[in-house]
Design a protein around this ligand. Structure first.
Ligand code: GLN
Length: 568
């Protein structure tokens, strides 16, 4: 599809509002992009992200070019600085954007690598406005939420549409309707319909029907109220998704339709399911794709869902076989902290007809256990995975788990910190460098096998985003005749990073002489990206995060092979 024939909206800097400029509106009205805005009501945690992603999934399989975007209310500039224990994992995109984990759902459901335009936090908006203000760009105007903040929001919507050249942009508004902090987003998306025309904007609202145990019934009042709140802000939803933990009767839908003015066909009940990947199917059963297409005046293209359906079928297969994976965790507080890791494991299992059970083991609990107790703990597991992390808490526990995996030939996968700690474990216990460590934990170690490369630090500092972290996709060269090469089946790969420390090249020789295999490096050979062990069924650890590139229809080769080896 060609680029929509309108120019990028400039933020509202020179005129009182560029968007009231008739020329701009005329241009926007002839854009070919259709916009879907997804809001949430009643309570958070309803799976609004999965719902938005599922709509995307359906539209992709109808042959549309879909792009997705998330708005977050936080005053953070990006998700990089938010504690994963509170907010869930930080999902990293190819271009290094550190985002909310919903972006992971989007990428997995629409099978598209997104970019920085897909993740907007309120902090970004205010930062831009304040920078413009300090640079004197508003020429003496009062700067106001409307139009200045809302214009910055709209700029980010139209920019994402333009740069991605998508047919349909789906934007999820974080939080719930009524949140004080989300008003600028709601107002901006309300204005969008006015700016680009009725047929080009669709509002989807996701609400909840609570179940009252005493009277054994679902209650519709909260969802009615939430639609009323949204209407009070000038947005009448076109489609209402009614989430529920219990079956929703037709009479309930009729009642909601009566009280909200939304047509019965456009109210879609969405009961909680055992796998999020089934959500598109359910939405399709209720014609969500057809309704969207009709309301946006889009011609449905009757694409194919064969592959996704095949995947769903595999989920359904009665799984007598299970693999049990021990995930050595530091952040135990929230299920979402290692979301992409557990999804990657599950997906790898689904394609092999097995159920992957992931148990979280608190790394701190392992710290003072004698080897016998460690062995007893891990006996029941088919594989051990050490994910990424930061800081010193719990790392000795992770090292004990790695030592066990190495010595007892348990399949092991190390991710980022997991790779660094595997290097440390090897240095200490195989190469005899007793004090080996990362300078992140012990800056005074006599054997800094993991450290910050001075050159690397300088390079990262030049990067505007994220200070000294290596963020986003980097190419990696796989070394021939390694298990890694066999798993990938290709020589040149690209994987996503999020770390500051690197393998110290001064220890390459010592460690490889002792049997450590470097199975992947940066193309210039300067950075160690993957390590593995020879006499071990599966012991691979990566400096990058392969979990960010695993997709339902394309299980990541390392996760696939790890699960396969655990199955044996
Ligand atoms: N803490 C390590 C580093 O900064 C690893 C980071 C991670 O696991 N994402 O290099």
């Amino acid at each position: 599809m060609s680029t929509p024939p309108y120019q990028d909206l400039k933020p509202n800097i020179l005129s009182s509002s560029n968007l009231t400029n008739e020329n701009t509106i005329a241009k926007l009205k002839i854009t070919m992009t259709k916009y879907i805005f997804v809001t949430g009501g009643v309570l958070s945690g309803l799976g609004k992200g999965v719902t938005a992603a599922s709509i995307g999934n359906l539209l992709v399989s109808q042959g549309f070019n879909v792009w997705m975007q998330k708005f977050d209310q936080y005053l953070n500039v990006d998700a990089g600085t938010i504690n994963p224990n509170k907010h869930g994992e930080v999902f990293v995109l190819d271009d290094g954007a550190e985002t909310d984990l919903d972006l992971g759902h989007y990428e997995r459901f629409i099978d598209t690598s997104l970019n920085r335009t897909s993740s907007v936090m309120t902090g970004q908006i205010y930062k831009a406005i304040l920078e413009n203000e300090r640079a004197g760009k508003y020429l003496g105007q009062d700067i106001q939420v409307i139009p200045h903040v809302t214009d910055e929001v709209k700029l980010r919507i139209t920019r994402a549409a333009k740069e991605s050249k998508c047919d349909i942009l789906i934007t999820e508004i974080g939080g719930t309707i009524g949140d004080y902090e989300g008003m600028h987003f709601v107002e901006a998306i309300r204005q969008m319909r006015h700016d680009v025309g009725q047929n080009n904007v669709l509002y989807v609202h996701v609400g909840f029907l609570p179940y009252l145990g005493a009277s054994e019934e679902l209650k519709s009042k909260p969802i009615q109220n939430s639609v009323h709140d949204l209407s009070g802000l000038g947005i009448q939803p076109d489609i209402l998704i009614a989430r529920a933990d219990h079956p929703v009767e037709k009479s309930m839908i009729k009642k909601i339709a009566l009280f909200t003015g939304i047509d019965v066909e456009s109210i879609i009940p969405l009961e909680t399911v055992d796998s999020i990947y089934k959500v598109p199917q359910i939405l399709q059963k209720f014609n969500a794709d057809k309704i969207v297409a009709a309301k946006l005046k889009l011609k449905i293209k009757n694409g194919s869902r064969t592959k996704w359906n095949e995947f769903i079928k595999k989920i359904e297969i009665d799984k007598k076989k299970t693999v049990k994976i021990a995930l050595i965790a530091k952040y135990m507080g929230l299920k979402d902290t290692y979301f992409s890791v557990t999804e990657s494991l599950k997906i790898a299992g689904i394609w092999q007809g097995v159920k992957t059970e992931v148990d979280w083991i608190d790394s701190e609990e392992l710290e003072n256990l004698p080897p016998k107790k460690i062995a007893a703990k891990f006996k029941e597991y088919d594989g051990i995975l050490v994910p990424g992390g930061f800081g010193s808490r719990g790392i000795e526990g992770k090292i004990s788990a790695i030592k066990y995996a190495r010595e007892h030939k348990k399949p092991f996968l190390g991710l980022c910190y997991g790779m660094q700690l595997a290097t440390i474990e090897f240095a200490r216990h195989v190469a005899g460098l007793k004090d080996a460590n990362t300078t992140e934990v012990n800056p005074k170690t006599s054997h800094p096998v993991i450290h910050i490369m001075p050159d690397q630090e300088k390079k990262m500092l030049k990067n505007d985003y994220g200070g000294t972290m290596r963020l986003g996709a980097y190419p990696c060269k796989i070394i021939d005749n390694t298990k890694t090469a066999k798993a990938y089946g290709e020589k040149n790969i690209s994987e996503r990073h999020r770390h500051r420390y690197e393998f110290n090249n001064e220890y390459r020789e010592i460690l490889t002489k002792k049997g450590l295999v470097i199975s992947g490096t940066s193309p210039d050979d300067l950075l160690v990206e993957i390590i593995e062990l020879k006499d071990h069924p599966f012991f691979i650890a990566t400096q990058f995060h392969p979990e960010f590139k695993s997709r339902p229809l394309k299980p990541h080769p390392l996760f696939y092979e790890f699960v396969k080896s655990a199955l044996k």
